[in-house]
Design a protein around this ligand. Structure first.
Ligand code: ATP
Ligand code: MG
Length: 262
């Protein structure tokens, strides 16, 4: 269960600082993000996932909104949600994310006391699409930049997930206070990450990152980097007769999950 989970993560730091997760394909980024999403939800945050490849179908978030047309976005704003944007083209995905972020932000700005509102944490899968290099001034990235720069004042947090840090805006990564870095070996990626980690030598960075195995990450909090292995994560649904009232908000219904240390 979540309580036994050994992960270098502090929910309060995550909310304030913003989180960046990167590794090459199939090295456990999404699973790690799902573990962290559970911790946020456990802490009474709302989670909003922009899922580009239906990878979150197996997560514990019960509400999924499948978007087929970018201008028809209807969702229950008081719930954690997976937005399945896999059917949309790239421009439509950007437009959709922009609309959702803009709406939420506007609601918070109008709130009499935004710091008392429930935290919303956005999970950006394929961050290189939403915040690519040089996108600081691009129209499609305005809302995302606003969220990652001033969102914390309105209780809006985020997590950026990518396979290619070299393609993600440096201005966006540099705003993240917590980094989870998995395996990388490509020189542009290493060069970029080296700067953030404060590891001066390219060779050291290359050696440390390229030797990581699946599920292994460096956790970097701006001060020191600690290597860890994400616990295995398995989600399953129990038959209804085994339902228990969930300790994590009412709508968790018949979804159970199980987390085990490696
Ligand atoms: N913590 C974990 N617990 C259990 N299985 C895991 C874990 N991490 C990774 N896996 C396994 O590895 C596969 C890939 O993990 P995941 O989808 O998280 O990788 P990814 O880095 O997000 O990949 P992609 O770059 O393709 O999105 C999963 O299908 C799962 O079977
Ligand atoms: Mg993934």
């Amino acid at each position: 269960m979540v309580a036994n989970l050994r992960l270098p993560f502090d929910v309060d730091d995550g909310k304030d600082a913003g989180v960046f997760v990167s590794a090459i394909r199939q090295h456990g980024k999404t699973k790690l993000a799902q573990l962290l999403a559970d911790l946020y939800i456990d802490d009474d945050c709302l989670v909003r996932v922009f899922d580009t490849s239906q990878a979150w179908n197996s997560s514990n978030i019960p509400t999924k909104v499948t978007l087929r047309q970018p201008h028809k976005i209807v969702y229950p704003s008081d719930q954690s949600i997976i937005f399945d944007i896999s059917r949309l083209y790239l421009q439509q995905q950007r437009f959709t994310i922009q609309t959702i972020l803009g709406t939420d932000f506007q609601t918070r700005v109008e709130s009499p006391n935004p710091k008392l509102e429930q935290w919303i944490i956005y999970f950006f899968e394929e961050a290189q699409i939403i915040l690519p290099n040089g996108s600081l001034r691009a129209n499609y990235a305005q809302e995302a930049f606003r969220t990652i720069s001033v969102g914390a004042n309105y209780n809006l947090g985020y997590m950026l997930i990518t396979q290619r840090p070299a393609d993600v805006s440096t201005k966006a990564i540099s705003r993240c206070g917590i980094l989870y870095l998995g395996k990388h070996f490509e020189s542009n990626d290493i060069t970029k990450l080296k700067k953030f980690l404060g590891w001066r030598k390219y060779n050291d960075t290359h050696e440390r990152l390229s030797s990581l195995k699946k599920r292994e990450f460096y956790h970097f909090d701006g001060n020191k980097a600690t290597k860890f292995r994400a616990p295995t994560y398995r989600q399953y649904r129990q038959p209804t007769e085994f339902n228990r009232p969930s300790r994590i908000r009412g709508f968790w219904g018949n979804i159970w999950y199980h987390i085990k240390d490696f």
